[in-house]
Design a protein around this ligand. Structure first.
Ligand SMILES: Nc1ncnc2c1ncn2[C@@H]1O[C@H](COP(=O)(O)OP(=O)(O)OP(=O)(O)O)[C@@H](O)[C@H]1O
Length: 196
């Protein structure tokens, strides 16, 4: 269970948001919406532990000081251009402590098997996004409970959005949670919305 209590965040001298509270239970999804600059990416970075709140706290299963088991995918695809698609996922698997044997299934989950041996620099922008998202499929569904995603469907075609929807559904069915910033409709049934 995730609780955000009375969060406030400053960027430079500016208060981006304040007094923000919400809770998320296993299996739930939360969409962060709002105008450009409203603070969606800032909130995701704060939840990921990359920024500190000026006020408030984030509790994971009631504790404020433990590490939250999460995967964070920001705007950037964070790929190594000279590595193949398979090598990029292999590298991510090593970092995540996931057995390399899961790379093939993660590639398949985002329909990247035919592109596995291409260097990331040779992929289209939507294919790069699919490769970034395939990292979510490295862990088993729900194994890392909290997914924090910044505009995950930008540049994806309809079939890829559907594949991502299948990953979301399996993750949530296993008790996983998704928090996603977006300007687009996402394939997340019964998601709540937090408008910033
Ligand atoms: N590195 C930074 N230093 C100072 N201010 C920043 C920094 N990054 C973002 N900001 C400011 O924080 C505010 C919130 O930005 P943020 O990126 O969280 O918005 P967003 O809701 O994700 O926007 P978008 O819809 O454009 O992605 C903006 O006013 C922005 O100018």
């Amino acid at each position: 269970m995730l609780h955000a209590e009375n969060l406030a965040c400053l960027r430079g001298e500016r208060v981006v948001f304040a007094g923000l509270s919400f809770a998320l239970a296993p299996g739930e999804a939360l969409l962060l919406t709002g105008a450009n600059g409203a603070g969606k990416s800032t909130l995701l970075r704060l939840l990921a532990g990359l920024l500190r709140p000026a006020e408030g706290r984030v509790l994971w299963n009631g504790a404020a000081d433990g590490d939250v088991p999460l995967r964070y995918l920001g705007h950037a695809d964070a790929l190594k251009p000279a590595f193949t698609a398979a090598e990029n996922l292999g590298f991510a698997a090593r970092l995540a402590g996931v057995p390399a044997v899961r790379v093939a299934a993660a590639l398949a989950a985002m329909d990247l098997t035919p592109l596995a041996l291409l260097p990331a620099r040779a992929l289209s922008s939507g294919q790069k996004r699919r490769l970034a998202l395939a990292r979510l499929a490295l862990d088993g569904p729900g194994a890392v409970p909290l997914w924090l995603l910044d505009e995950p469907t930008t540049g994806l075609d309809a079939a890829s959005v559907e594949r991502l929807g299948a990953l979301f559904a399996a993750h949530r069915a296993a008790g996983g949670m998704v928090i996603a910033a977006t300007h687009l409709p996402l394939p997340l049934d019964a998601a709540r919305e937090l408008r910033l």
